[in-house]
Design a protein around this ligand. Structure first.
Ligand code: PEP
Ligand code: MN
Length: 357
């Protein structure tokens, strides 16, 4: 159940509502909602309590039939939310492309790739420092050292940083470097991690899990928002189905469904869905055509040498070709990319630097 407090409600009226609920033994969340305030009562929708709240000064409306994700639902917040990160608006007119390697591997590697994707119109740089790997023998990431390298890449290219956080205790350190904290598919329902991301102020890129329903993704987002952080970007990255030809099955239909159910921005990760670089541009194009606000893609200038996810990483040349294609698709759905390629020519990615001999 929720109580919506009017924009003119006084601090005393707000405190009285919260105090009453606490005295009655209910857990309460208080979140700004435009100019109003939503007081969420966790775990009850008793009619007597609703009537009592509705009669209190400052309460504009009470609702028992709320979707369980009241704060992120479009029903309660019809205007689309634009999340700003490092000067980039996600959820506005622009289709935002986030690109970079699966993992940060060395200073030279991240700088080469960051320069390359920046030249082709990427608006934010991705790069894993803490990697959640299926196998304990897989490369686990360079950890804090990688965060320092990402900062170097930001200084050099101006691109804001998107990097994953895998545990609640790492949140303060990762948030010092990151412009956007990624919560990976395997952690979509790590509720303590979601709460920790809610208690800090940087935007959160929340990925749908392999087996998570759309409603479960929205409830995970609600965790972040109820803990104080409304800056959440949702990401469809492929779900597990009976199909084995692709690494996962990109659920393109999640894009219009999410757009209808929530006011939060929605992006797509075609790399972890496809599992092979050849299929990534088609999935990215489909996502933009379906109304996604952007895409997060893995790019490596030497994918055969990548320490993780090389098979699905676009080369820099492949990334440039994909961006040219996305520019046309974006225009067809009245959106735009943050880069403008002339029909032939325009910016060109630097070619992969020669390997040292
Ligand atoms: C990643 O972005 O490299 C990653 C591990 O993604 P996901 O959580 O979607 O598997
Ligand atoms: Mn990856």
């Amino acid at each position: 159940m929720i109580a919506i407090l009017s924009s003119g409600c006084t601090l005393k009226e707000k405190t009285d509502v919260v105090r009453l609920l606490e005295i009655l033994g209910h857990r309460v969340s208080v979140s700004p909602f435009g100019r109003e305030t939503i007081v969420g009562v966790v775990g009850t929708s008793a009619p007597e309590l609703e009537a009592r709240l509705a009669a209190m000064p400052g309460v504009r409306e009470t609702r028992r039939d709320v979707p369980p994700y009241a704060l992120v639902s479009r029903e309660h917040h019809p205007e689309t939310t634009v999340v700003r990160a490092a000067g980039v608006e996600i959820g506005g007119d622009e289709v935002v492309v986030i690109a970079g390697p699966c993992s940060v591997e060395s200073e030279a590697q991240i700088l080469r790739i960051a320069r390359g994707v920046a030249a082709c119109g990427a608006r934010l740089l991705r790069g894993g420092a803490f990697k959640p790997r299926t196998s304990p023998y897989g490369f686990q990431g360079l950890g804090e050292e990688a965060l320092d390298l990402l900062e170097r890449a930001r200084e050099e290219t101006g691109l804001g940083i998107v990097t994953e956080v895998v545990s609640g205790e790492d949140v303060p350190r990762v948030a010092r470097t990151a412009d956007v904290l990624q919560v990976g598919a395997r952690n979509m329902q790590n509720f303590r991690l979601l709460e920790a991301c809610g208690r800090q102020g940087k935007p959160v890129l929340l990925k749908r899990s392999h087996m998570g329903t759309i409603d479960e993704l929205l409830l995970a987002a609600e965790y972040v928002v109820t803990h104080g952080n409304p800056r959440v970007i949702l990401c469809e990255r492929g779900i597990r189905t009976f199909e084995t030809a692709t690494r996962n099955t990109l659920d393109v239909s999640a894009v219009p469904v999410l757009k209808e159910r929530t006011h939060l921005p929605v992006i797509v990760d075609p790399s972890h869905a496809a599992g092979r670089r050849e299929w990534v541009p088609a999935l990215a194009a489909a996502a933009v055509a379906a109304g996604a606000d952007g895409s997060i893609v893995e790019v490596h200038d030497r994918p055969d040498e990548a320490l993780s996810d090389g098979r699905q990483s676009l080369t820099l040349q492949g990334f440039e070709a994909m961006m040219r294609r996305l520019q046309r698709v974006a225009a067809a759905v009245d959106r735009r990319l943050g880069v403008s390629f002339a029909p032939s020519g325009g910016p060109t990615c630097p070619t992969a630097s020669p390997r040292p001999t």
